[in-house]
Design a protein around this ligand. Structure first.
Ligand SMILES: C[S@@+](CC[C@H](N)C(=O)[O-])C[C@H]1O[C@@H](n2cnc3c(N)ncnc32)[C@H](O)[C@@H]1O
Length: 238
């Protein structure tokens, strides 16, 4: 069955929400690695950009954040969040290719954006908006496909040229076709720093050892290959 990327997060939103709760890639690798780049978020005003079904939102609420805003281009994902978390979050549909036009200047302490930016063609408007919306001293933490991993699927073999890639993933129990952008580390870094943000941490993640008992093949792959990249960037206090 071949479906478009948007169907993974629209038509199959409920299946996706279930799959990412406890799987290796998300629950034992991506989430712990992204969360390790956050400071204590208690009392903070947080935006979850590309929030999906709300696994991060649930965690953030448990940490007693002050205000939580969740945006996603998928209406189905926003409906799931509203159904599950109600008035604890301000959730609305937004294509972040256009940034965060409904958010005020200097209004967020923290912005998270896990596994979303590889779906965005031009990252510059995203980081410009993040810079505008963050309070001075605020920061953003995000994860995305590692540029070296995606280069394996390149048709062009031109590492420095951005490229649209299509792959089939088994995330929800059957193959679904997804389309995303592959780009160089230089392009990611320049989109961040040209907005005024400063990169303070880059990591390639740490796999939870529990993965070994669940699937030796995936465990071994993630232990020995780059897969996602995790970046923290800051808006200076001045
Ligand atoms: C891999 S899921 C990650 C969801 C969530 N951040 C998580 O880690 O569980 C990617 C999400 O990005 C959203 N997305 C893709 N393109 C987007 C865009 N242009 N604007 C906003 N959200 C987008 C999808 O709808 C989907 O919910």
């Amino acid at each position: 069955m071949i479906l478009s990327m948007s169907e993974m997060y629209t038509k199959h939103a409920i299946r996706y929400a279930e799959a990412v709760k406890e799987n290796i890639y998300n629950a034992l690798f991506e989430r712990p690695s992204t969360l390790s780049l956050l400071d204590n978020v208690k009392g903070k005003d947080v935006i979850d950009m590309g929030c999906g079904s709300g696994v991060y939102a649930e965690w953030l609420i448990k940490q007693s954040v002050n205000r939580l805003t969740c945006v996603d281009v998928s209406e189905q994902m926003i409906s799931l969040i509203k159904k599950n978390l109600g008035t604890k979050v301000n959730a609305y549909k937004q294509d972040i290719s256009f940034g965060l036009p409904y958010e005020n200047n200097n209004s967020a302490d923290v912005i998270v954006s896990p596994l979303v930016l590889h779906y965005i063609e031009n990252l510059k408007p995203v980081f410009e908006s993040v810079y505008r919306v963050l309070k001075p001293g605020g920061y953003m933490v995000f994860s995305m496909h590692h540029p070296f991993t995606d280069f394996k699927y390149s048709q062009s073999s031109h590492y420095f040229e951005r490229e649209s890639i299509e792959e089939e993933w088994d995330t929800i129990g059957f193959p679904v076709s997804v389309r995303f952008y592959r780009r160089s580390l230089t392009e990611i870094s320049e989109a961040i720093t040209s907005s005024g943000l400063m990169i303070s941490k880059i990591s390639e993640g740490t796999l939870d050892e529990k993965a070994k008992q669940i699937n030796q093949k995936i465990y071994s792959y993630l232990k020995n290959n780059p897969n996602f990249i995790f970046i923290r960037c800051e808006k200076s206090t001045r």
